[in-house]
Design a protein around this ligand. Structure first.
Ligand code: PLP
Length: 367
């Protein structure tokens, strides 16, 4: 923790803590400058940023949206809320990102968006994805909840598609409890994005003195975060390089100290392709089997270590099945989700706690 609480006090004392307060503006400017993005709008969550992208792209009932099956539900739900049908793509076995070789055959005349997720903050194969998207005239929305400040071929993740979406949920690298941002890389979308975020009104233009009264002009909702949340977030973002450097140390310590153990036992470690600079969001391992994964989680729990797994592949979920998802559709994701384990990884993880996690893993008795 740095200046988060001091900034909250400053926000409260300023008497302006509703949306588009000074701290929201400061966070947006910081992100615009650091990432080189034309426009950033903070939102109450990444889910809301995805919903804004869906409205901006005029997603309508019957449209199709292509996304990885191995992701959080919001990647799909934001588009399903507008009536779209999600089309689920299997994972690459190395990065667990959407397998770009399976993308083009799933594009139809109804496809209105492609939504890659940079899993664990490691970039998807964006050259291939953007080329296929451009060929078919389909916009790309990057769900970059894991990947803020990660790069693909030297460019920041979230800045490659028409839109990028960020999360500042407590579980992400930078947080304000609940929070998010929409990165707008297409300048033509900025005015409408502001309107959608302000309940479908042109209030932002009114505040800037561009019009003399504001009114209802489009679809919209309330997609502004409170100034209290933004003040906290600003305290995090101003030291983003320190936060990323300490997360990098955690990641590299896991990797260095577990590599031999993993090699001896057939445990898979994360892959980061040469063209990617990762965002150090997560450290996961791929165990040889579901049984071994469950046994390791139980063993770690006894050692006082909470390790978790995640993502029921969406095509397998109750909702995904209603959209036609069937067992066997995405064999790579179906296999990996049973074997993946995430190790404790958060900004306040101490070195001694991390070494305890590593010792506990190495004391696992294989059966
Ligand atoms: C966390 C997460 C989200 C949702 O973020 P919120 O800010 O909680 O709405 C969306 N997509 C992915 C891939 C996530 O990990």
């Amino acid at each position: 923790m740095g200046e988060e609480l001091a900034f909250i006090t400053e926000a409260v004392n300023s008497g302006k803590i509703s949306g588009d307060d000074p701290f929201t503006g400061r966070c947006q400017e910081l992100l615009e400058q650091e990432l080189g993005v034309g426009k950033v709008l903070l939102t109450p969550s990444c889910t809301h940023a995805l919903e804004m992208a869906a409205i901006l792209l005029n997603i309508n009932p019957g449209d199709e949206v292509i996304l990885p099956t191995y992701t959080f539900v919001s990647t799909a739900n934001a588009f399903v809320l507008r009536g779209a049908k999600p089309v689920f793509i299997d994972s690459r076995p190395d990065t667990l990102n959407l397998d770009e070789t399976k993308l083009e055959s799933r594009i139809t005349s109804k496809t209105k968006a492609i939504v890659p997720v940079h899993y664990a903050g490691v970039g998807c194969e964006m050259d291939a994805i953007l080329a296929i998207a451009a060929k078919h005239g389909v916009p790309v929305v990057e769900d970059n909840a894991h990947g803020l400040f990660g790069k693909y071929r030297g460019k920041y993740l979230g800045t490659l598609g028409a839109f990028g979406t960020q999360s500042f949920h407590e579980t992400k690298n930078f947080t304000c409890g609940e929070g998010g941002a929409l990165l707008i890389n297409d300048a033509a979308m900025c005015d409408r994005a502001e309107i959608i975020r302000e309940k479908g009104t042109n209030r932002s233009m009114f505040y800037r003195g561009q019009i003399d009264k504001y009114s209802w002009v489009d679809l919209g909702s309330s997609y502004l975060p409170s100034g209290i949340a933004s003040a906290f977030l600003y305290g995090q973002l101003i030291c983003w390089k320190d936060i990323q450097a300490s997360r990098r140390r955690v990641w590299e310590t896991y990797r260095a100290r577990l590599a031999d153990w993993a090699g001896e036992h057939g445990v898979g470690m994360p892959t980061v392709p040469d063209e990617c600079e990762q965002a150090y969001h997560m450290f996961y391992m791929i165990m040889p089997s579901l049984d071994a994964r469950q046994a390791l989680i139980a063993h770690l729990r006894q050692e006082g270590v909470q390790a978790v797994f995640h993502y029921v592949p969406l095509h397998r979920s109750k909702m995904g099945q209603q959209f036609g998802g069937k067992e066997g559709d995405c064999p790579v994701a179906e296999d990996l989700c049973d074997r993946l384990i995430r190790l404790p990884f958060y900004n306040t993880l101490t070195k001694s706690d991390q070494l305890h996690v590593i010792d506990a893993i190495k004391s696992f008795r294989w059966t």
